[in-house]
Design a protein around this ligand. Structure first.
Ligand code: RB5
Length: 155
């Protein structure tokens, strides 16, 4: 699978560990950086990874900053992106199975490298279940596209 990965200055080392792990598993990794520990504004890598995923140049994306929050907020502003901050494997698995997450985010100040790799593996091994979950994902998409949710406005 082709994956995009990006991070800020807080997460350079963890990003390298995750990218190496992905390559060991046989995935192609597009690393948008940063690879410097100089202060770096996380929306830049959040946007770059989101763009690659939204445009179909990467199937999935992984984003790492201090908490995973800022970088996922930036990614979620790109249409079609469902970036989820997951600090443990259960949420990571469910974010794929139920929410069809296409970007996984976590924090280098929150999780250690062993836990990060467990989170990544659980996320990659999970499959979107569709069915009743598609109705809800479609609602999220409706809010994204129109700024409104018709069913909520009518009730
Ligand atoms: C950088 O200090 C920090 O704000 C960033 O890594 C991230 O945690 C933001 O959400």
């Amino acid at each position: 699978m082709k994956l995009a990965i990006g991070n800020d200055h807080v997460a350079v080392e963890l990003k390298k560990i995750v990218a190496a792990h992905l390559r060991e598993l046989g995935h192609e990794v597009i690393d948008v950086g940063t690879n410097s520990t100089e202060r770096f504004n996380y929306p830049i890598s959040g946007y770059k990874v989101a763009r690659l995923v939204a445009d179909g140049q990467a199937e999935l994306g992984i984003l790492i900053c201090g908490t995973g929050v800022g970088i996922s907020l930036a990614a979620n502003k790109v249409s079609g992106i469902r970036a989820c901050v997951c600090s443990e494997p259960y949420t990571a698995r469910l974010s794929r199975q139920h929410n069809n997450s296409n970007i996984l985010a976590f924090g280098a100040r929150v999780v250690g490298s062993e836990l990060a790799l467990m989170i990544v593996d659980e996320w990659l091994n999970a499959t979107y279940e569709g069915g009743r979950h598609q109705t809800r994902v479609d609602m999220i998409t409706e809010i994204e596209r129109t700024g409104e949710l018709k069913v909520a406005l009518e009730s």
